[in-house]
Design a protein around this ligand. Structure first.
Ligand SMILES: [Zn+2]
Length: 127
């Protein structure tokens, strides 16, 4: 009997990992409220291990899953360190339709978090 092969921990950069968790949290809130009837499943994002990022029990509809994948790739490849707030950045790296979607997500979920007292998350706001 052999033990299952455990892949090496990709050791995501802690700052990036934290931003990815925040992104996942915002899109999760948005999807739950805006698309309550859409079929949802855990998103699979090539090159990212959600368990290693400590993003658990995330279920999104297909369009929100695609938005999350786009946001993850863009965040992970941001050429700036420290990363500026996106609205103050010269490089508009999001595709225009995703950019509009993520702005709506940030606005909607940001408001929800204020109302629920989760101000701690807002201090980590990316956008
Ligand atoms: Zn959705």
């Amino acid at each position: 009997m052999s033990l299952p092969v455990v892949p090496p921990d990709p050791s995501p950069d802690p700052k990036i990992a934290r931003d990815l968790r925040t992104l996942a949290q915002f899109i999760r809130i948005y999807c739950r409220h805006k698309h309550p009837d859409a079929p949802k499943r855990p998103p699979r994002i090539r090159g990212f291990d959600l368990d290693a990022l400590r993003i658990r029990k995330l279920e999104l509809c297909t369009p929100c899953g695609k938005l999350l994948a786009h946001a993850f790739v863009k965040r992970a490849h941001c050429p700036y360190s420290p990363k500026p707030a996106c609205k103050h950045c010269q490089t508009h790296c999001y595709q225009p339709d995703y950019r509009e979607q993520i702005r709506q997500v940030m606005r909607f979920s940001g408001r929800k978090l204020v109302m629920s007292g989760r101000l701690d998350l807002l201090f980590k706001l990316l956008f």
